[in-house]
Design a protein around this ligand. Structure first.
Ligand SMILES: *Cc1c(COP(=O)(O)O)cnc(C)c1O
Length: 414
């Protein structure tokens, strides 16, 4: 008898179901010009308008008129796709200009585009690990799946340091031979807790032991620093970071990923990374939109200021009702539920009874017992949006008899 493939898939799905982590996607149509509004298509075939509270289009740039105009102009000018890999006919002038713009944003010599931030991490870390003889990567324990995948792909030694624990990092580094190549890999803003890495401290220690620093600024780019160069720009430590990785899909509002670093590092990744070389280049339409978005965010502070203001306002409003908003130094506002069933249940009720869409965050994205709702307020969420959300949460918290806490209004670092 031949192998029963469907049964194997069903069994695998059964495991996901029984662990309560089967993912159901919300079928959305964002309403252009009315961010954060979207229309949701429900299972019964009906539609309903909702307010989106969990988008990573942090600033609404995905609907910015100038970004859309740049994309339309590019479509009219050069058509839909790049037409090839970067090496074979796929490098357009848009790609070249965006790479220059991103290098300048991070004050680096060069930058390189990838299909996504995930691929940028996976390709770069695996390539660096293979190019550096006997390399060891020191990875923060909460690093994103794409970095973990890159480290695995590099087949090098790996050491995990406790989250944002610089003493532990130093302990591990100091035990390694000085001459051995080392990469310290970490993120600026950790997107589930909203905490921020001590970048300067980490880089100082890394330099002391001769390690290369690799920083994922996916949740910082566009949002922090005078030009939107990320938390490293805000902290004035861009020159201490050897390789910065970012996405064009979150605050930039389009799609794609990149790294920025020294000319040699970037050229080496360009020359060796399989998932950069053997894939079609990003559509010039996407690249044109990202270029406009980066330029707009470089030029003006208004959206960044309003973004931080909205986050602070939401945190304060939640704390005022004793709702257990987690201490977050960033624009991310996690609300602890601490139970997977309630977390999913409250998210369902918000959607069905209040027209509020926030995806529940359950295990394995976060540890068991720390299930939460993760809100991402944007500059376009109004006072009324915030008041209505807090009203809905307040009602559901009472109804589900969930614990409240007294806590001072959290601080926001701009
Ligand atoms: C989303 C994310 C990525 C991947 O970026 P994409 O452009 O969405 O592929 C990488 N790192 C972190 C920390 C992320 O949250």
């Amino acid at each position: 008898m031949s192998f029963d493939y469907q049964a194997a898939f069903t069994k695998a799905l059964g495991a996901v179901h029984s662990e309560g982590r089967y993912r159901v996607f919300a079928d959305l149509e964002r309403v252009r010009g009315r961010f954060p509004a979207a229309v949701i298509h429900k299972d019964d075939g009906t539609t309903e308008e909702v307010t989106v509270w969990c988008s990573n289009d942090y600033l609404g740039m995905g609907q910015n008129e100038e970004v859309l105009d740049a994309m339309k102009a590019a479509t009219d000018h050069v058509g839909a796709g790049a037409g090839g890999t970067r090496n074979i006919a796929g490098t357009t002038h848009y790609h070249v200009r965006l790479e220059e713009e991103l290098a300048s944003l991070h004050q680096k010599e060069a930058a390189l585009l990838f299909t996504s931030g995930y691929i940028a991490n996976e390709a770069t870390l695996s390539t660096l690990a293979k190019l550096l003889p006997n390399c060891v990567i020191l990875s923060d324990e909460l690093n994103h799946a794409s970095m973990i995948q890159g480290i695995k792909g590099g087949r090098c030694a790996k050491l995990i340091w406790r989250h944002n624990d610089v003493e532990h990092l130093e302990e591990l580094l100091s035990a390694l031979p000085v001459s051995q190549p080392k990469i310290v890999a970490f993120e600026s803003v950790y997107s589930m807790d909203g905490d921020i890495a001590p970048i300067e401290e980490i880089c100082r220690i890394a330099k002391k032991y001769g390690a290369l620093t690799y920083l994922d600024e996916v949740h910082g780019v566009g949002l922090y620093g005078e030009h939107g160069g990320g938390v490293a720009e805000r902290d004035g430590v861009l020159d201490m970071v050897d390789c910065i990785e970012g996405t064009l899909g979150k605050a930039i509002g389009v799609m794609g990923g990149y790294i920025a670093g020294s000319a040699e590092l970037v050229d080496a990744v360009r020359s060796y990374a399989s998932s950069f070389i053997f894939t079609t280049a990003l559509s010039p339409v996407l690249v044109a939109g990202a270029l406009k978005s980066v330029q707009l965010l470089k030029a003006g502070q208004d959206l960044r200021a309003r973004h931080q203001d909205r986050a602070a306002k939401l945190k304060a409003a939640l704390a005022e009702q004793g709702l257990p908003v987690m201490e977050s130094e960033s624009h991310i506002v996690p609300l602890m539920v601490g139970d997977p069933v309630h977390c999913k249940g409250i998210s369902d009720r918000l959607l069905n009874d209040f027209g509020i869409y926030v995806q529940p965050i359950n295990y394995p994205t976060v540890p068991k017992g720390t299930e939460r709702l993760r809100f991402s307020p944007s500059p376009l969420h109004t006072d009324e949006h915030i008041a209505y959300l807090v009203h809905a949460l307040d009602a559901l918290w009472t109804e589900c008899k969930l614990a409240r806490e007294e806590q001072p209004a959290p601080q926001v670092v701009a």
